[in-house]
Design a protein. Sequence first.
Length: 273
Amino acid sequence: MVRRTGARVWTELAPQFADRLHVVALTPRGVLPSSAPASGYTIAQLARDVVGILDDTHSQKAVLVGHSISRAVITQFAKAYPKRLLAAIYLDAAFDFGRAYRNGKADPMRGPPLNVDTTSSSWTAWKRQFPETYAVLDSDQTMWDIDSAEAARRRRRVARLADDVRTKPHQVWLVQAPALALRSVSSFERRFGWLTPDSARWSLAKWVSDTSQKLQRGVCDDFKRRLPRGSSLDLEASHFVFLDRPREVSAAMNQFLGPILAAEPDSLLRSDR
């Protein structure tokens, strides 16, 4: 299931760049509090929506920042409007979402842990070390506490976008502007820390973790190899890397953007999910 988050998830990160940039956080159509028109739930339309924001703010070029499946919008924008993209930042978003979705469904460890004593010391210690709960996400999700019929209508429409993303290859190598990928790589401890060596699933979990980490690091290696002006950084973090490791993400973005903004400071930084 695709988590339907809006612009409020950028509450902590976006203001850090407001002293140098015109910062705009966009909540996609269908996701609250944006409107939910009957059509337009495609990557191409969302890229056009970004152009509309640029035109409304009289911005010629943009630095686009996106998380998760928002990578499709960034890449589509780069393909369709190359002269208007100053730089792109993918926050755990450089991967091919469609392939990841299909692989995830086949993951033998997919879903919640089975046969776990939730009062055991190993379980409680793991949850304490890696809670992966963020107040800003919880606050954002409260917007979905609306009439059930309206919520269902919106979810059906937003699902069209997820389907559009899944069915198209992520041609990130077509991005000609400077691009940075911050990739979360989950350690065994973060993903399966509730297990102990005597668990029946210990060996399987180790294999899944090793295989997953190899694939995750391969994404960054491929990103740097195939993009003319691409760079990447692996961080041990959850999928919401910018909430899990905010200092490291902010530092990496500042280092990446420094020379770009020095050369062309009049830009729009857009944070999108």
